[in-house]
Design a protein around this ligand. Structure first.
Ligand SMILES: [Zn+2]
Length: 219
């Protein structure tokens, strides 16, 4: 049983085409309706998936569909067709390969990336331990918190937020530069080499031309 997803009202925003310099390619097949989505800010209940072929990000509201149902997607960027089954953490591509779907877990805190001319607003969850933060690139390994942006002054591995539970189980957050070429700024002050600073909710961090805000677990 295949559920077909409706086209987003308004389709892909004009800004996306400008930002990424690529008009969305839509392949239509009888019986398969492509689902288009923005790389835009999304509420937390939106499920985020990546095209297995070109790594384009898509999001949809999974609460609108029953668990266990198969949804068909057509990537608006490359036209690749793939399916996911709700409630499962893998997607099967047309080639039969399995691709893991990242489930967002915001319970350890998250960063909120402020929209600028290089990228949209994004909320990206943190995990316990070291979170390497930087510019998302499909060939980059070892980046735990990939920011989708074209910001050329943001490194692929730019800074690190460590999330560590103290003896009472309260999470402590600390920030350090990875190190990066352009440095990491906390409230507009450049962190020193090898400097590690404890940060609290509302901390404003700038990497390259991009700024994000820390939201802690107990916020
Ligand atoms: Zn694609």
């Amino acid at each position: 049983m295949t559920y077909l997803l409706p086209k987003t009202p308004g389709g892909v925003p004009e800004k996306q085409s400008l930002l990424f310099g690529k008009a969305p390619v839509i392949k239509r097949k009888i019986g398969i309706k492509p689902y288009l989505c923005a790389r835009n800010s999304r509420p937390k209940e939106m499920k985020r998936i990546f095209c297995p072929k070109c790594d384009n990000q898509m999001a949809f509201d999974e609460t609108r569909f029953p668990q266990g149902k198969v949804l068909a997607f057509v990537c608006p960027q490359c036209g690749h067709q793939f399916k996911i089954r709700l409630g499962r953490k893998v997607v099967r591509t047309k080639d039969g390969e399995l691709e893991e779907v990242k489930e967002a877990d915001f319970s350890k805190g998250y960063i909120s990336v402020i929209e600028n001319s290089f990228g949209y607003k994004q909320e990206l969850p943190l995990v316990e331990g070291d979170n390497v933060i930087g510019r998302r690139n499909k060939d980059t390994d070892g980046v735990d918190v990939p920011i989708i942006t074209s910001d050329p002054s943001m490194g692929r591995k730019h800074c690190v937020i460590q999330v560590k539970a103290d003896t009472e189980g309260k999470y402590i957050y600390s920030l350090r530069d990875f190190p990066s070429l352009t440095g990491t700024f906390l409230f507009n002050t450049l962190l020193g080499k090898n400097e590690r600073v404890n940060i609290e909710t509302g901390a404003i961090v700038t990497i390259g031309a991009t700024t994000f805000i820390l939201h802690t677990a107990d916020e």
